[in-house]
Design a binder for this molecule. Structure first.
Ligand code: C2O
Ligand code: CU
Ligand code: CU
Length: 506
């Protein structure tokens, strides 16, 4: 029965093995297996600190990942201090968790060599960027252990906050959970001319929830219920640090927030309810800042905000939290103790980060306008495609589908023609949120059946959160490359379980 739990770090259990095991289990033996697993855990499945407990005075100082323009990115197992006083084995791309921030100019040619020193296949996907199909990290295009791959492609996308992570079919969730992911920031002159906060006042922050364990490990061991909701943690790491504190000056900050979590949706807000300006989404800056007090961020999505700390005295601590929310019509994964390996339910309030003002800063202002961009007009669409996201009641083979299909690398499911504007209707027919992600291009959100668009919907996107019962309409046009790509749910457990389709662009 213990075999349903994938082995630790170096172990191997791919999607097919998992389903071979769980697929045989009826509901009765499934519950027995989980009860046994719970007993084995000695009741340690719950979070070690209540999410609403008062924050302690100290915390872990958040640092920026190192920066690079390319070069060699080693996929390897290393160790890093994450929790105070402990060393944790991490899987890394480029030697750190998170990986080095790749920073390049628009129009530049990017090149890198990926060297796989893991004991299993991997690859790297440049999330949000238009890359030629043979450079995109298709889930079937693997780098075997001991092999390397040279990557080179021109940066055609707008200035913005993109990211990179592994994408091997059936192994993505575990490799990302172990630490493999980093920022990919594109810059251009247009953005630089705006005078937005830059340098130390422009901070990339990746949010990744993890399960706190007594041995301070990043062991990836989902139980069957975890696969339904996705693996949810009990603590949010920011740039690889729990209980994160960012020392700041009393001035205007640009925060580039990336949800690099496997399954967690955040509803981000400052604890004092202050408003902040959303200035950018997945694919770069908006036309103008939009003032909000909270914003939703699903797995894979990015949001850029300006937060004004100019009137906060030195010594102030300003918590950034994820607010409690209920998943409409949803099940709230992780709520049943012992049904998974730990973690707190989707929608639970969580501390994310504290901004601690420790010095004065320069005067700065929020620009009235940002960067204009082409609006994809739904009225001019030349065609429509529909996508229905569904889940069965149990994580068995074929339970996670798009249009009734589970990923089959040998089958082409979706076709799109370059230069043709289409409307894609993405309907969530399940009880869990699904972040819908498309490779090779960016799109715009045209409408949501659940109500008005959120601030995170207002610009170029490559990932859009869909709530249970909701249909989201996207205006989409492929531009750059023809070839084989994928689209998928960016809940990484769902993706690995087959909620992904092959997409052929011609
Ligand atoms: Cu960030 Cu295909 O994924
Ligand atoms: Cu992608
Ligand atoms: Cu999903």
């Amino acid at each position: 029965m213990r075999r349903v739990r994938p082995p630790r770090q170096e172990g191997h259990l791919d999607r097919r093995d998992f389903f071979r095991v769980t697929g045989r289990l009826g509901l009765g033996s499934f519950l027995v297996a989980e009860a046994a697993a719970l007993a084995d855990c000695g009741g340690s499945a719950g979070p070690s600190t209540a999410p609403n407990a008062p924050a302690p005075d100290l915390g872990s100082t958040v640092t920026r990942p190192p920066e690079t323009g390319g070069g060699t990115l080693l996929a390897s197992v290393g160790s890093q201090s994450i929790w105070p006083g402990a060393t944790t084995a991490v899987w890394t791309l480029g030697g750190s968790f998170p990986g080095p921030t790749i920073r390049v100019g628009r129009g530049a040619s990017f090149s890198a060599r990926i060297e796989n020193r893991l004991s299993e296949p991997t690859n790297v996907h440049w999330h949000g960027l238009a890359a030629p199909p043979e450079m995109d990290g298709h889930p079937s295009d693997l780098i075997a252990p001991g092999q390397s791959r040279d990557i080179a492609f021109p940066i055609l996308d707008r200035a913005g906050t993109y990211w990179y992570h592994p994408h091997p079919d059936g192994r993505t969730a575990r490799q990302v959970y172990g630490g493999m992911a980093g920022f990919f920031i594109v810059e251009d002159g247009r953005e630089a001319a705006l005078g937005l906060p830059s340098g130390e006042y422009d901070v990339p922050l990746v949010l990744q929830d993890r399960r706190t364990s007594p041995d301070h490990s990043l062991t990836y061991a989902p139980g069957p219920m975890d696969l339904m909701a996705g693996v949810l943690g009990d603590a949010v790491l920011v740039n690889g640090k729990p209980d994160a504190v960012l020392p700041v000056a009393a001035t205007l900050y640009r925060l580039r927030l990336l949800n690099g979590s496997n399954a967690r949706v955040y509803r981000l807000a400052f604890a004092d309810g202050r408003s902040f300006q959303v200035i950018g989404t997945d694919g770069g800056l908006l036309e103008r800042p939009v003032s909000v007090t909270a914003v939703d961020l699903g797995p894979g999505e990015r949001i850029e905000i300006l937060v004004d700390l100019a009137r906060d005295p030195v010594g102030t601590s300003i918590p950034l939290r994820s607010l409690a929310f209920s998943v409409p019509g949803g099940m709230g994964g992780g709520m049943m103790p012992g049904m998974g390996g730990g973690g707190v339910a989707q929608g639970t309030a969580l501390d994310v980060l504290r901004l601690r003002v420790d010095r004065s800063g320069p005067a700065a202002r929020v620009p009235a306008t940002l960067v204009p961009f082409e609006r994809l007009d739904p009225a001019r669409a030349e065609g429509t495609q529909a996508f229905t996201l569904s889940m069965g009641m149990m994580p068995v083979a074929g339970a996670f589908t798009i249009n009734g299909r589970s990923f089959d690398p040998r089958r082409i499911d979706v076709r799109a023609r370059r230069g043709r504007l289409e409307l894609w209707e993405v309907r969530n027919a399940s009880s869990e949120p699904h972040p819908f992600h498309v490779h090779a291009t960016s799109f715009q959100v045209a409408s949501r059946t659940s109500g008005p668009l959120g601030a995170q919907d207002l610009g170029w996107k490559d990932t859009v959160l869909t709530w249970p019962g909701e249909a989201v309409t996207l205006a989409i046009r492929f531009e750059q490359y023809a070839g084989l790509y994928v689209l998928h749910c960016h809940n990484l457990e769902h993706e690995d379980a087959g909620m992904m389709l092959n997409l052929e662009v011609s």
